[in-house]
Ligand binder design. Structure first.
Ligand SMILES: NC(=O)c1ccc[n+]([C@@H]2O[C@H](COP(=O)([O-])OP(=O)(O)OC[C@H]3O[C@@H](n4cnc5c(N)ncnc54)[C@H](OP(=O)(O)O)[C@@H]3O)[C@@H](O)[C@H]2O)c1
Length: 354
């Protein structure tokens, strides 16, 4: 009797999952790229890297690396074919247009890693159809805090124009957290908590926050390749689930630290110039132009299979990773309050609140 199944007895779906893909990763050696590369290798795919050779150049000695700069230096990619391309390093529309145009005929899928900063208005709860930021001078190539979101929106457009929507996956991550994060934004909270003592926590415990674990993002990228998932997806954990208070609870539970949380009010944070910079990372005040930064819709990605691990797992793995780093890296966090500023602020807060 014939079952219609291949002789191995595996279903067609399982076989499809196992099919080895050749993947080109533009920017595979920074923070997020290595997590994707490792996941693809674990699944039996083959990976080629493309970058300038400045970041972690010895990270994957066994992989083919094509050296080049996206700014006019794509020659090494000419005439080559890959099943899929992952574009992690596109910030300038011209660069994305160049690589997408060059690779359009030589790949079946293009994954562009964008950002949730593409949206025009952060006082509303943005889903993928919300209006995007625009920029007066579309030819600018200066990537700053002000231009970043609008330029990424233009990068998305250029990728779509070259590749077409049916072979394009546009992923818009929230703050990306996890081992290897060089921004220290999410990492600040567990690392600071572990030191214990009086510690500033901004706003109120019920203030919503969102982020995505870098491994969950990498898994979704894998699914886009293996399952041909096209379209635009916010990449974040769901809205309305995680809060600053739960972050504090998780940090304390994991570190067993004795912490005296000092919840400074939002108004005080404004008065002290703590809003908009890296002093209180991940958190946004519930009023003002960023009021809905903790409320992006993740519905579409969840329906497409995004799985978010428990935040406690992300926090645990950040601490384990942090402990492997040399002292010159861990001596000063790149986000959050340093000890003396925090102490000053606590004194000022206590004086003000009586
Ligand atoms: N971190 C977040 O929270 C966050 C949030 C949302 C979206 N994103 C998006 O995630 C991506 C950034 O990922 P990441 O944090 O892994 O970045 P990263 O650590 O800065 O790594 C960038 C990678 O791209 C390569 N690269 C940079 N400029 C290049 C150029 N001109 N030509 C060729 N290769 C170049 C780098 O290698 P070489 O230096 O050797 O060239 C490296 O492999 C961006 O698309 C960003 O918009 C990040």
């Amino acid at each position: 009797m014939t079952t219609g199944l291949p002789e191995t007895g595996h279903s067609v779906d399982e076989r499809t999952e196992r099919q080895s893909l050749s993947v080109l990763v533009l920017g595979g050696t920074g923070f997020i790229g290595p997590h994707m590369v490792r996941e693809l290798l674990r699944r039996g795919h083959s990976v080629t890297l493309f970058n300038r050779g400045r970041s972690n150049s010895g990270l994957f000695p066994d992989l083919e690396t094509i050296k080049g700069d996206r700014d006019g230096g794509l020659q090494g990619l000419e005439g080559r074919r890959w099943d899929a391309v992952i574009d992690n390093s596109g910030y300038v529309p011209r660069h994305v247009q160049d690589s997408a145009r060059l690779l359009a005929k030589n790949t079946k899928r293009y994954v562009f890693v964008s950002t949730l900063s593409v949206y025009a208005d952060f006082t509303i709860r943005n889903d993928e159809d919300s209006p995007l930021a625009t920029i007066a001078d579309e030819s600018t190539e200066e990537v700053t805090g002000e231009t970043y979101g609008a330029l990424k929106a233009l990068c998305e457009k250029r990728a779509a124009a070259e590749i077409g929507n049916d072979r394009l996956s546009i992923l818009r991550p929230n703050y990306i957290a996890g081992p290897g994060d060089h921004t220290d934004r999410f990492s600040y909270w567990p690392i600071r908590t572990r030191k214990g003592g009086a510690m500033i926590w901004p706003g109120m415990p019920e203030d919503e926050i969102q982020f995505i674990d870098v491994r969950d993002l990498a898994n979704f990228v894998r699914d886009c390749l293996e399952q041909d998932i096209s379209g635009i997806y916010n990449m974040t954990n769901p809205a309305g689930v995680y809060t600053m208070g739960r972050l504090l609870d998780d940090c304390v539970a994991l570190t067993a630290a004795t912490v005296d949380p000092v919840w400074i009010g939002e108004a005080f944070a404004y008065d002290q110039g703590l809003i908009g910079g890296r002093d209180l990372p991940i958190w946004h005040p519930s009023t003002g132009p960023q009021a809905s930064r903790g409320g992006f819709s993740a519905e579409r990605a969840l329906k497409a299979g995004l799985q978010n691990r428990p935040p406690r797992e992300t926090l645990r793995d950040i601490l384990s990773w942090w402990d492997t780093l040399p002292a010159e890296r861990t001596g000063k966090l790149r986000a959050g309050l340093d000890a003396s500023r925090e102490a000053e602020l606590i004194t000022a807060w206590k004086a003000r609140s009586g």
